[in-house]
Design a protein around this ligand. Structure first.
Ligand code: MSP
Length: 486
């Protein structure tokens, strides 16, 4: 059976990972955990992009060889994924021998089929993008992303015949409207392709730290060409016949990317695949960008958020919750500590945390700590359960904030139920009634716990442990799920 294949971009090993990298990787983890909980087999791949002159330069600044530098930063990424409880299946590095070999083979295959040819390139180059830019893309003569001067460069280079794929790409977009996601980002790509694609330069003679062209080693392969191919080399594509694992995962179900690299994934990547006769991915989903307290993150401003710091202060699940609740997945958003704290105290400590501890405390008090069986004919439970289809629909379509919104509406229904039905008064007069009431609460909370699992796996597990059938709860006071923060 085919597995559901999810990817993140391969992150540059320039500097340590930050909240932006964590965001995409957590999104992949949330989706993956959700699908697995539905019994769907998943293959989730992430990794690091390690070649190119930027990385070489950074390494030299620190008096390191590029590979040694890459090893160090790569470990920082792996450590962060561990801290964030990211359950990926495979971590690929572009310096992996197998990847390097396959990239070389693919390059040769495309020289043979005529899609890659030798020529000269003269153009405006942005060092930070590692990409040539068109005059029309510049703002005040500078790169629109990095706001840096571009250089005029002339060099011998191999070209990829991207122009040949203009029509086939437009046809693919038309036949597969979900390929360019979210749909509000599709127009930008379609317009760009419609306005005409030029062949692109895919090798460098001036960059030493890269994969050499096998038949002409003075050229190294353009980093983007090298990196994009990871999506097939990781799961086992070989030019001389793919592994059985490859056929189990390809075509990819969703490439998660930030909006700034949407074009590479929506245009160049499918064109490479068409050239080598590999099926195209089903979807590229481009999410928005985080700013911090209203500003772009940058080393010079010193405002880069390290997720480890937030996790240390507020706990992992609060971080995982916040980034998906605060901003609809797809749009830009701002990370502010005051917004974080407000949501933490009101939605986690108060809404969910209190609901849970109130319920457990009442079970200890009124049911002698024994967990109840399923309440038949519970209207509350049925009402909650009826929103599951909509929540799942949101999850399948990566509308994470909308799913969380629906879950929290249900949490507030349960809180209201306690406030209006006042079980402590029932307990004085009608033992059976309070029992039924608590049965309803427990079953409803189990549902909530299963819904929050992809976002907050630890909290979900903790809740389910306390709420498991037949277990005698600890009659000591239950620890708050989310201790209040001043
Ligand atoms: N190496 C390329 C990708 C190659 S994929 C074949 C690259 N690397 S990167 O390290 O710059 O990572 C970019 C990605 O990190 C973005 O596309 C996004 O997924 C994530 N983010 C980095 N900063 C971000 C924000 N400020 N906000 C949200 N996500 C951002 O590009």
């Amino acid at each position: 059976m085919k597995k559901y294949y999810i990817t993140t971009p391969l992150y540059y090993v320039n500097y340590k990972p930050h909240i932006g990298h964590a965001y995409t990787t957590l999104a992949a983890d949330v989706l993956s955990r959700f699908l697995k909980s539905k019994g769907i087999a998943v293959y989730f791949q992430t990794g690091t992009d390690e070649h190119g002159s930027n990385i070489e330069k950074t390494a030299r600044q620190f008096n390191k060889e590029p590979k040694q530098w890459a090893d160090e930063i790569m470990s920082e990424f792996k450590n962060l994924w561990k801290t964030l409880h990211i359950e990926y299946d495979y971590f690929i590095r572009t310096t992996d021998k197998n990847h390097e070999e396959q990239v070389q083979n693919i390059f040769e295959k495309m020289i043979e089929n005529g899609d890659i040819y030798l020529g000269y390139y003269e153009g405006l180059y942005c060092q930070s993008c590692e990409n040539y830019l068109d005059e029309s893309e510049l703002i005040d003569g500078k790169c629109p992303i990095h706001k840096k001067e571009v250089e005029k460069i002339k060099e011998e280079t191999y070209f990829f015949k991207l122009s040949k794929y203009e029509k086939p790409l437009l046809e693919y977009y038309k036949k597969n409207p979900e390929f360019l996601s979210p749909s509000y980002r599709a127009g930008e790509i379609i317009n760009f392709v419609q306005s005409g694609l030029k062949d692109i330069s895919v090798s460098r003679t001036k960059v030493a730290w890269g994969i050499q062209v096998k038949s002409n080693p003075k050229h190294t392969i353009y980093v983007w060409f090298d990196a994009l191919i990871n999506y097939i080399t990781g799961p086992g594509y070989r030019t001389d016949g793919s592994s059985s694992q490859f056929n189990e995962v390809w075509p990819c179900d969703v490439h998660l990317v930030g909006k700034e690299i949407f074009r590479f994934h929506a245009i160049i990547w499918p064109a490479i695949l068409m050239s080598i006769g590999v099926k195209l991915p089903k979807k590229v989903y481009a999410h928005g960008w985080w700013t911090v307290e209203g500003e772009k993150m940058s080393k010079s401003k010193g405002n880069i958020i390290n997720p480890q710091d937030i996790v240390q202060e507020y706990g992992l699940d609060a971080f995982r919750y916040f980034i998906f609740r605060e901003v609809p997945f797809g749009q830009d958003g701002d990370f502010s500590l005051s917004a974080f704290k407000t949501r933490y105290n009101s939605e986690l400590a108060n809404d969910l945390g209190n609901l849970f501890s109130r319920t457990i405390n009442m079970i200890n008090k009124y049911l002698n700590s024994s967990m109840p069986d399923k309440p038949y004919n519970s209207q509350t439970f049925s009402q909650l359960y009826s929103s599951q289809t909509e929540i799942e629909k949101d999850m399948y379509s990566l509308q994470f904030s909308s799913a969380l919104d629906k879950i929290w509406k249900n949490i507030s229904i349960l809180n209201k139920k306690i406030d209006t039905e006042k079980p402590w008064e029932m307990a004085k007069t009608d033992k059976e009634k309070v029992k039924f009431f608590l049965y309803e609460m427990v079953w409803s909370l189990r549902l909530i716990a299963s819904w929050i699992y992809p976002f907050m796996p630890d909290t979900s597990t903790k809740m389910q442990m306390y709420l498991s059938v037949g277990q005698i709860g600890d009659s000591k006071k239950v620890e708050p799920l989310f201790p209040r923060k001043l």
